[in-house]
Design a protein around this ligand. Structure first.
Ligand SMILES: [Mn+2]
Length: 296
């Protein structure tokens, strides 16, 4: 069965089966609830518990979110104990949500490229300015688990390879990494998604490495030029707020992961980070958009 036939499509979409790069509500209808989840990194148990606490799955772990749209922002695997369990959960929930008008899907993170690159290219050496590297070694150095690579099926690898790098949902631009590097692949969400997908579907190891390198960039929206950079992304690609994972909030705030309790709104409110640093002991932030910071 082709992968695309099992993929949930947005309600009311006229796009071909597969990815719908810009989700928008039916005119006149209230948009369905929209949630995002940052880097899960193999933490299946905490993820499932947090989804249940938010009413998105029932006590048996089945979709109970109705028409809710739930977007994972990439980095499902590595660093934690059960990355493939997380991949399978996301796919299963996608299959359960679609018939009731909901949607569950994930974006492509740099760790998906590392894992898939390890599977595809293994120890093949790639010539780089800093010396020759292989995907396998780099993946292992960045928390890659042999148990994930061993468990990953052909079908799952194909599905992951075809995930979109970004999506616009309502008035939010969702992406894995906090970087302007996406703009090197196009000046619309559709172009960027298509270009990165083409690189991964057709590319050799050096081209995959370049995708990995670009999606590993971070912190572009911090510092004195941060607001201008995120504004450029939003002006070019649409949306009023850029929502990302990839850069753990405890590192951003220089606090212990246990002190993080909520997403981080920054860059004059134009950027929202939802990576609680789960792999390092931080919270799994299942976040409903629009996010409004809790009163203090
Ligand atoms: Mn990442």
């Amino acid at each position: 069965m082709p992968i695309s036939s099992s993929e949930p499509s947005a309600p009311g979409s006229t796009a071909p089966a597969g990815f719908v790069p810009v989700e928008s509500a039916t005119p006149g209808a209230a948009p369905s609830p929209l949630y995002v989840v940052g880097d899960v990194h193999g933490q299946y148990g905490p993820l499932l518990a947090t989804l249940a606490a938010n009413g998105l799955v029932d006590a048996d772990g089945h979709w109970s979110g109705g028409t809710t749209r739930l977007w994972f922002l990439g980095d499902l695997t590595d660093r934690g104990p059960d990355g493939i369990g997380v991949v399978r959960l996301v796919r299963r929930l996608g299959g359960e949500a679609a018939p009731v008008g909901g949607r569950v899907d994930t974006l492509l993170g740099n760790h998906e490229i590392l894992l898939l690159g390890s599977r595809r290219f293994g120890d093949e050496l790639i010539d780089l300015p800093a010396g020759a590297r292989s995907f396998r070694t780099t993946w292992q150095l960045n928390g890659g688990r042999d148990s994930d690579l061993d468990a990953l099926t052909d079908d799952e690898a194909e599905w992951l390879t075809e995930r979109a790098a970004m999506v616009r949902a309502d008035d939010f631009l969702l992406a894995h990494s906090d970087t302007v590097a996406y703009l090197d692949y196009g000046d619309s969400v559709e172009q960027i998604v298509a270009a990165l997908r083409a690189e991964l579907v057709d590319g050799d190891a050096p081209r995959w490495w370049e995708c990995f390198r670009q999606l590993t960039r971070r912190h572009d929206f911090r510092g004195e030029d941060g607001v201008a950079r995120v504004a450029e992304m939003l002006d070019t690609l649409g949306g009023h707020q850029y929502v990302h994972g990839h850069s753990p909030i405890p590192e951003h705030l220089a606090v212990d992961p246990s002190e993080v309790t909520e997403p981080l709104l920054y860059a004059d409110g134009r950027a929202l980070s939802v990576d609680g640093g789960l792999f390092a002991g931080g919270p799994c932030l299942v976040t409903r958009l629009p996010y409004r910071a809790a009163a203090r």
